[in-house]
Write a protein that binds this ligand. Structure first.
Ligand code: ZN
Ligand code: ZN
Length: 411
């Protein structure tokens, strides 16, 4: 029998380097994870360079590669994907930015880059959307609040480039920077002008806004300036359903991953209580994935907590999160008619607190796979598996072949 559906479980930043605290084991090697071991024992394993050997992937470029969209073609910056993830309908050619609300002192210095960790900025964003006018440039825009102090901005208009700098001084008690073109092209000069005008007009609105007056009266930092970065041009993504002949869904707390899903036409499935952090509702994610597989041929689930622990350098926390994720995967062992793929998008070693190019472990479980001798899911054990060392661009094609959806090349 051949499976007909594909489930991708991406455990973000899962893999690591040997940790002295764990006697030279990685958090994945040291963790108790019977479910992953069972899937590995019943499946085929390998290791994977998500983009290419020696390339340190971002989560965004890694997920694009895993979905078969070459990041060298499709990735110009994080902004447009964040915009898509925050619910803005991004069209090819629109310029997207990640933004955050910050506090500007009367002396003109950014004194708090998170605006007192403001919880809700919706009314501020609405005022900016209604009050800022960029029509003099022939530009329309959509400005949306994200979680906490975050927001997203998308520009639409003729002759806009995406090669512009950020106004974020990247440190507190510094003046915001002017946004400048980073290439000497007329379209980038225009975008820089539009951005500076957006910042100017929005600031005037924010300073006067009742929410900020009230925050000041309570002794809280006002959210009175928008910092923007990550400029990129929205690519022209061939829809996933057209490319692969499968309908798909994405389940992810991280807006960036949801945005990638939405950019390629995967339906986002909301799940209560998912946070992209340690306490996220992982059982809810897996239950939603199993439900989705009854109506879709492809489901991508991103589980984020291990990456967060890696960035924070917390070895014990990362190990504990992996054990929690493993327990949440238990319902998958009784899933029928489905090819299960488990991998990381990149390594996030606790020792370096950032992503590294170390290859990630991968397993494929389901009918038809050539079961190998690997019985433990780990960075080193998987390196001895039957998949050997593959690239991220190869993973979905391998899965498609196993569900008999690959096109024959030649006669
Ligand atoms: Zn990641
Ligand atoms: Zn990360």
């Amino acid at each position: 029998m051949t499976a007909r559906r594909i489930l991708f479980i991406v455990i973000d930043g899962l893999s690591d380097r040997p940790c002295p605290e764990l006697g030279g084991r990685t958090p994945l090697e040291a963790a108790h994870h019977p479910v992953l071991n069972r899937l590995a024992a019943e499946g085929i394993c390998g290791i994977m360079d998500t983009i290419a050997a020696g390339v340190r992937p971002g989560s965004d470029t890694a997920h694009l590669a895993l979905l078969g969209y070459d990041p060298h073609t499709y990735y110009t910056g994080r902004g447009p994907l964040e915009c898509a993830g925050s619910g803005i309908r991004m069209e090819p050619g629109m310029i997207g930015f990640r933004c955050n609300y910050a506090t500007l002192s009367p002396a003109g210095l950014v004194t708090d880059r998170r605006a007192g960790r403001i919880a809700d900025t919706k009314s501020l964003s609405r005022a900016v959307q209604e009050g800022v006018d960029l029509s003099g440039f022939g530009v329309e825009f959509v400005f949306r609040s994200g979680a906490g102090h975050r927001a997203a901005l998308a520009l639409k208009g003729e002759g806009l480039g995406h090669c512009v700098s950020s106004n974020d001084p990247k440190k507190d008690h510094a003046a915001p920077l002017a946004i400048v073109p980073v290439r000497d092209r007329v379209q980038d000069r225009k975008t820089a002008e539009v951005c500076n005008e957006f910042v100017r007009q929005s600031q005037r609105i924010l300073v006067e806004h009742p929410v900020n007056r009230e925050r000041l009266a309570r002794g809280e930092n006002p959210a009175n300036i928008v910092l923007m970065r990550g400029a990129g041009e929205m690519g022209n993504f061939e829809p996933f359903s057209k490319k692969y002949g499968m309908e798909g869904s994405v389940i992810a707390a991280a807006r960036l991953i949801a945005g990638i899903g939405s950019a390629v036409g995967l339906e986002e499935i909301p799940v209560d209580g998912i946070t992209g952090s340690q306490e996220s509702n992982l059982d809810g994610k897996i239950a939603a994935a199993v439900r989705e597989l009854a109506r879709k041929e492809f489901v991508l689930v991103n589980i984020k907590g291990a990456d967060e622990s890696g960035h924070d350098g917390l070895v014990a926390q990362k190990k504990a999160f992996i054990e929690r994720a493993d327990a949440a995967l238990a319902p998958l062992t009784s899933l029928r008619d489905c090819l299960i793929v488990v991998c990381a998008d990149h390594s996030t070693p606790c020792a370096i607190r950032d992503h590294s190019a170390d290859p990630v472990p991968v397993l494929i479980h389901g009918d038809g796979v050539r079961v190998d001798d690997v019985t433990e899911f780990g960075e080193r054990t998987c390196a001895r598996g039957g998949l050997c060392r593959i690239t991220g661009a190869g993973l979905l094609p391998i899965a498609l072949d196993l569900v008999n959806r690959a096109h024959k090349y030649g006669a």
